[in-house]
Design a protein around this ligand. Structure first.
Ligand SMILES: [Zn+2]
Length: 404
């Protein structure tokens, strides 16, 4: 007699029974699932009986189906028809006119027209990589602000928008002419590196991607501060990191803006990361005192149920219509304006006009006015083929799930 009081043959018999029962359950599941796929009218009396006898299985299978369909719907892009979109934009325009303190939250979706791939959309970096597809290259350094960026800059200039909070690291808000004080780049800016040894921190705004040699927990860019000689660091906040820099993250202004906001307009953000920052949503206020939420996105977002209006349209289409409704012209992009906006904000900020670290006639990327060092190396494209994918994702649209 073996331990447990059962003989070897008894244990084997019990195992056989257990397996047989499992196989019967699996078969039943397959049968019920097959029957459920049929229209009710096409089911035989016997099939109807089987369903009635398998209530638990039926409800489990129906639950699974609902979850599957829900997930699928969340991935789908939905477009309002032109008339519907125009009607919604009129409503949005009225909200913009009447808002006392309007804050705009932006995400990857506003940069897609600048040839910067969206992150989670059907043609986004993440989705394509999930499907095992290659992602086409895009040179971020040459990306220009989109119609949406330019419209936001104009709205801010007209004092219709008080602050912009962006998840994007592509620096396009800054290029659009938006003043530094009016923006919080929560996940950093891939064109800005800082010296944290200097007090206050000394910022260097570049015309090239400074993150070529940086990574998670490794932020030194390889260049040094021309004032004190210390290593410069990038400003990027990676998944799992907490943003500690004052600028360009500007959390203080973001929090202040959110607390004063009576209206929030979310443009092209999946809000999956932003929703994790309770300070941006005034969740401590009672629901009727929280800002009114307007969301522009082709896909579902986790804040849809809170929104007073959800516009299913491309950001550029919505912003074009909105500016028309408001009777405002959208300024063209002007690189010179970008430079002026940077230098006028802060004398410490140095705009270095360097085409690229390995540009023609400038192999080490040095200028007379900025004697920083750069170890010569071929410049990587900022996106995105094969093994560079993860790196490119990291640079393009970073999120930090650390709650603020
Ligand atoms: Zn320094």
């Amino acid at each position: 007699m073996a331990a447990g009081g059962l003989s070897r043959s008894e244990r084997k018999a019990a195992e056989r029974v257990r397996r047989l029962r499992e196989e019967q359950q699996r078969e039943r599941l397959r049968q019920v699932s097959r029957i459920l796929r049929k229209a009710a009218a096409e089911r035989s009396a016997e099939e109807g009986r089987l369903l009635a006898e398998s209530e638990d299985l039926v409800s489990e299978l129906q639950g699974r189906r609902r979850r599957r369909e829900g997930l699928k719907r969340r991935q789908e892009e939905v477009c309002d028809d032109p008339e519907e979109l125009r009607r919604k934009v009129q409503e949005l325009a009225s909200a913009v006119r009447n808002a006392k303190h309007l804050v705009v939250y932006t995400g990857a979706g506003i940069s897609t027209a600048a040839s910067i791939p969206d992150y989670r959309g059907p043609n986004g970096v993440w989705t394509l990589l999930q499907k095992g597809k290659t992602v086409s290259a895009a040179d971020l350094s040459e990306a220009e602000p989109t119609l949406t960026h330019m419209s936001i800059a104009r709205l801010q200039e007209q004092k219709l928008v008080q602050h912009v909070v962006s998840q994007n690291c592509d620096g396009l808000h800054l290029r659009s002419g938006l003043p530094r004080t009016a923006i919080s780049e929560l996940h950093g800016n891939m064109y800005i590196e800082v010296c944290t040894t200097c007090t206050p921190n000394r910022e260097y705004v570049r015309v090239f991607d400074v993150t070529e040699r940086t990574a998670l927990h490794r932020h030194q860019t390889g260049r040094t501060c021309h004032k004190c000689g210390a290593q410069l660091r990038d400003t990027i906040v990676h998944f799992g990191e907490r943003g500690i820099l004052g600028q360009p993250l500007n959390w203080e202004a973001a929090t202040q803006a959110a607390s004063k906001a009576d209206t929030i307009l979310c443009l092209g953000s999946s809000l999956k990361v932003l929703k994790k920052y309770p300070r941006l949503w005034c969740m401590t206020k009672p629901p009727n005192r929280r800002p009114k939420l307007y969301i522009v996105n082709l896909q579902w977002t986790p804040k849809d149920d809170w929104a007073v209006l959800k516009l299913h349209g491309k950001c550029d289409d919505v912003m074009r219509l909105l500016m028309e409704e408001l009777g405002l012209e959208i300024p063209p992009y002007n690189r010179v304006l970008w430079g002026k906006s940077i230098t006028s904000f802060n004398q410490r900020v140095q705009e270095l006009r360097i085409p690229s670290p390995s540009g023609p006639g400038n192999s080490c990327g040095r200028t007379q006015s900025s004697p920083w060092r750069f170890p010569c190396a071929p410049r990587k494209k900022a996106a995105i083929v094969g093994s560079h994918c993860a790196e490119a994702q990291r640079r393009l649209h970073l999120g930090t799930p650390m709650p603020r």
